[in-house]
Each structure stands twice: as C-alpha cells, then as structure tokens.
Design a protein around this ligand. Sequence first.
Ligand SMILES: C[S@@+](CC[C@H](N)C(=O)[O-])C[C@H]1O[C@@H](n2cnc3c(N)ncnc32)[C@H](O)[C@@H]1O
Length: 205
Amino acid sequence: MKLTNSQIREKYKKFAPKYDLLEAIPDFLVLRRFRKRLLQNAHGRVLEVAAGTGRNFKYYKNCKVTAVDITPEMLNIARKKSKKIGLNAEFNIMDTESLKFKNNSFDAVVSTLSLCTFPNPFKALKEMSRVCRKNGRILLLDHGISSSRWIRSMQKKMAPKHFEMIGCRLDIDPFGIAKKAGLGVIKSKRHVFGMFYIIEAKPKK
Ligand SMILES: C[S@@+](CC[C@H](N)C(=O)[O-])C[C@H]1O[C@@H](n2cnc3c(N)ncnc32)[C@H](O)[C@@H]1O
C-alpha cells in the first residue's frame, strides 16, 4: 500500500476543513493526554514534521517551533492557531522524507499520527535523525497494531479501506519501525489495548 505525495496532499486538502472536528473526540478521550505527556520532553528548537493543523501547539512550553507539512491547507490552519495562542513558530511546506534543514539543527523532532501516513517511514526517520542534534530527542506518538488479537484482526480487515480513504495505515508497528530505523529508544509505552504508541528516542547518528 503506497500513495505518492501528491495523492496524500489531495486527500488532506479535502480533509483539512474537517480535521479538527473529526479529531476532537479522539483527542478529548485519549490523545490530548498522550500529546501532553510526549511534548513535555520537547525543549528549545523543535521541528514538528507533518504538523497538520497544529493540534500539538498548545502543549509546547518555551519552544521555538518549526512546523512542516506537505499539505498547505493543513498548515494554513496551524498558522492561524499559532497566532491565536502566541506560539513562536515558523512554517514550511516540506516533505519529511527530504528535509531542507542542515544536520543537527534541532533539539527535538516531533511526529504525531504521521508515521502511518509517510510513504517511507524509514526514510522519514532517517531525515528526522539527521536534523536532530546528537543528544536531542525524537518524540513519536502514533497509532498502530493492537496487542489484542481481536482488535488486531479488526484493524487488518479495516486497513485497506481506511488507507484508501485517508492514506493512513492502521496496521503499522511504530515501535518496530523506530527500532529498525536505528533510533535509540529511551522510553516507549503502549496504551488503549496497545493501539497507541508513545516513543521517546535518541536520533541515529
Ligand atoms: C493524520 S495527519 C496528522 C497531523 C498532526 N501531526 C496531528 O497529530 O494531528 C497526517 C499529516 O501528515 C502530512 N503528511 C503526510 N505525508 C507527509 C510527508 N511526507 N511530509 C510532511 N507531511 C506529510 C499530511 O499532510 C497530514 O497533515
């Protein structure tokens, strides 16, 4: 299952006006806690890749945020949100798999709910590692394959349709991807039948 960047962009262009409304319930029930927990480890110069509509912005404290995404319509919403809350942020339309930043430019690099969308998550993590300084942090929150056999089989059944709809893979293993990409995992935790993964890691250098 693979989409090109322009196919992903087309999907998120349509999705952008509804994204915050559709995310409000999962965010209220579980995600806001996970976002807050993950982002308390973000300090200094922070790169957020695939930042979408900026749902993480309210959790950054004393950070200078650079937010990138390939979908301008998503990032436009994020830009308005940052102004509203007075976040020190700048924005770039950019592919995570080919970042236009110098090596070691950031103290932390964040990706939430995006590994599932990147056509090549290994390439994305390699780039995220490259632009993160040696003792910096790669902070990941994603959904993935559940630890419950029953939910796992549902996820596998629903995966093709879900992917066709929004280009998101329901059955990835974020922890396996992070390990295979060579990140130095410091902490990782799964929640809600093992469906949500929070990972704090050191970049591969
Ligand atoms: C499910 S949304 C997640 C948005 C946000 N991170 C959040 O937690 O709500 C996925 C986002 O990834 C973006 N995206 C997909 N592939 C990308 C890539 N290669 N580089 C940058 N952004 C990408 C999409 O445009 C979309 O905004």
